[in-house]
Ligand binder design. Structure first.
Ligand code: OOG
Ligand code: MG
Length: 267
């Protein structure tokens, strides 16, 4: 048995099926630790790895990864104090200005993030912010639509990791920039919902520098025996808290230096 695992292989497969069903049919389930209070973060990653295998075996393509719970605003909002990671596939992607359907989501929320596209493989442990910057091709503004499959959007770290960090949809757009051209620590962002400002922040909110979140992600991948492939799309985590959205809402994230990303939600 791997260190840190408390669940059996049968339990992991069973929980993966439960999360997969909730994701695909968009219904809320109780957090997994209600039934398995001894579940650890390592168990959560084992369920997530099983979920990733299922997605890929159904034909989804791995596009990249996301860091989550990397800002104080997000940690406070969710009551969790350790960052997490999740995987991103091609079928979660939506183009900029597109209409995103809400009928296949449980209780979506939108958040503003800086996304990185890599040009070299990154491998932990000991991956640093500078390693990330050296391996970055360009950065892009992004909006992530998270959708916890847990009732009331309430969870703990083992449960949310098993639910792939609430990953649901992501949109990237605006203007791609080379990291050396801008100060990635001090980028301001303002999120508007239906023309009103609902959240604002600066990129330093993400672990002091968003590249720090990518380094952390690479180091968590290394613990699972994985590396970050060149050409990956990686999101560094919500800068502000996540804002609930429903059909009819329009979100615009305006980034300093990176342009803006707009999306609309429909039934
Ligand atoms: C977990 C996912 C967090 C972020 O950017 O912090 C996340 C959640 O809040 O549901 O994606
Ligand atoms: Mg996020």
């Amino acid at each position: 048995m791997n260190p840190g695992l408390n669940l059996t292989r049968e339990d992991i497969v069973r929980l993966c099926e439960r999360v997969d069903g909730a994701q695909r049919r968009a219904y809320a389930i109780p957090k997994l630790t209600d039934e398995y209070p001894a579940m650890t973060i390592a168990d959560g990653y084992a369920v997530q790895a099983e979920l990733r295998r299922r997605y890929l075996s159904r034909g989804s393509r791995l596009v990249g990864w996301k860091a989550g719970l990397t800002s104080r605003a997000k940690m406070l909002q969710m009551g969790v104090h350790v960052p997490s990671i999740g995987f991103l596939t091609d079928d979660m992607y939506r183009p900029e200005n597109s209409a995103i359907s809400t009928s296949d989501l449980v209780h979506p929320r939108a958040e503003c993030e800086v996304a990185f596209v890599t040009k070299k493989t990154l491998k932990g442990p000991h991956c640093t912010r500078q390693d990330v910057l050296d391996a970055t091709d360009y950065v892009l503004p992004a909006v992530e639509i998270i959708d916890s499959r847990f009732s009331g959007f309430k969870f703990d770290l083992p449960s949310v990791v098993a639910d792939n960090g609430s990953s649901a949809r992501y949109v990237a757009g605006g203007r791609a920039r080379y990291p050396a051209e801008i100060d990635l620590r001090t980028l301001g962002v303002v999120m508007e919902k239906n023309g009103e400002i609902v959240a604002m922040g600066a990129s330093a909110a993400v672990l002091g520098h968003p590249a720090e979140a990518i380094a952390m992600l690479v180091n968590i991948l290394a613990e699972q025996g994985e590396e970050l492939a060149a050409g990956s799309f990686v999101m560094s985590g919500g800068i502000t808290e996540a804002i609930p959205v429903k059909a009819g809402d329009c979100i615009i994230a305006r980034y300093q230096e990176l342009g803006s990303v707009s999306i609309r939600f429909v039934e």
